[in-house]
Design a protein around this ligand. Sequence first.
Ligand code: AMP
Length: 404
Amino acid sequence: MDTILVVNAGSSSVKFQVYSIEGEGILRRQLKGQMDGIGSRPRLRATGSTGNPLADRAYPIEAVPDVPAAMDIAGAWLRDELRIHPIAVGHRVVHGGPDYDRPIQVDHGVVTRLERFIALAPLHQPHNLAPIRSILANFPQLPQVACFDTAFHRTHSPVADHYAIPHQLYAEGVRRYGFHGLSYEYIAKTLPRVAPKIANGRVIVAHLGSGASMCALSAGRSVESTMGFTALDGLPMGTRPGQIDPGVVLYLISEKGMSASNIQNFLYRDCGLKGLSGVSNDMRELESSEDPRARLAIEYFNYRIGLNAGMLAAALQGLDAFVFTAGIGENSATIRAHVVGQLAWLGVTLDPALNSRNAQLISGSDSRIPVYVVPTDEELMIAQHTVSLLMKTASTNQRQERAS
Ligand code: AMP
C-alpha cells in the first residue's frame, strides 16, 4: 500500500502523520505521532487510526539534541518497526515568501530559496527546513513537497498586502503575508459540502488555537487576514500578544534596555494569554481558574476577536457566515458564546444547546448569519497537496516521454 508521510517540525517537537492512498486521491490517516521534548525530555508517542497506542518511549537527552535527530529516530521507527516506506513526504513550511503561492516539490535549490525567509520567521522556518535537509541528504530520491502557511493568502490585493512604509522594504519582502493558510484552505475546501449556500459568499473563519488568527474568505479565496509580516500580529494568542503598538517595542528597547533577541523571546513566549493572566497560556486552565487576571485574559481574547471580526466584515463589505475552528474554536462552547455575543450587532444569535454539543451549525434559528464549527485538518491538506503534486509531476513526465 502506498503511503504519504506528513511532517510538521517545530523548535522542540516533530509531529508526523502517515496516510495511505486508497484509490484516486482518497487518503486515509493510518497513524499520527510526535517526538517532543527535543533537547530536554525527548519522547516518541504515536497512535494508530483508531487512537490505539503504537509507541510511547523516552530517550536520553543526548540521543535527541535537535530536529534532524528526532526525524532520524521517528523515520527509523516507521521504517524498521512498522515497515512503512512512504512514496513522498509533505512538510509544513511556515513561510513561502512573496513568490510561492502554492506547494512546491523541494530540491536543494528550493531549500536555498526558502532559507532566505528564515529572517521573516526565525522561530519556525529553520525547524521546518531541518527535516527537509536531512531527508534530502539521506533519501535523495524520495520526493518532498513543501506546503506553506502563507501561500493561501497570496491572493490578497496590493492594498491588503502593504504596510505604510517605504516601498524598498516591501520589495525586500516586508509585507502582510498572513498565516494558518493550510487551515483556511482546508475550511474553504470543506465549506461547499458543509454549507453549500454560503461557500461562495463572504465568510470569516476564526482559527482559535494556541496560535490564533482570522481570515476573510470571499468565494473561498482569502482577501484579508489578521496576521501580517509575522505570526505575532492580530489576535492575542497563547504566548503572543497579537496587535501591539510598535511604540511598546521602542519602549522596551529604550527604557528596559532589552536586546532584539530578548524582545523576540518576550513577544513569542511571554505575552498573550500567558502574560496577561500570569496563570497559563492554555485556555482550558484559564477557563477553570478563579483568578481575576485569567478572567481578564479571556475577556480580552473575546473582545479582540469581536473587533477583528468588524474589520474583516468591512474588508468583505458584509458577512454571510462565521466559522470557528482549531482547539479553542472547536471545543470551547464558552468562548464561542462570548464571541457570538460580540457579533450581536450583526444580528447573530446562538442556539445554546447546539453550541454546548459542539454541533456543526450553532446559530439560533433567528440568526441573520449562520455560525458553524468546522474542525480543521492541516495535515490532511498537506497530504492532499503532496499526492496531487506527485500525480501532476508523473503525468508531465509521461507527456514528455511520449513527446520525445
Ligand atoms: P490547538 O493549537 O489548535 O491545538 O489549540 C490549543 C488550544 O485549544 C489550547 O489553548 C487549549 O486549551 C484549547 N482547548 C482545547 N480543548 C479545549 C476545550 N475543551 N475547552 C477550551 N479550550 C480548549
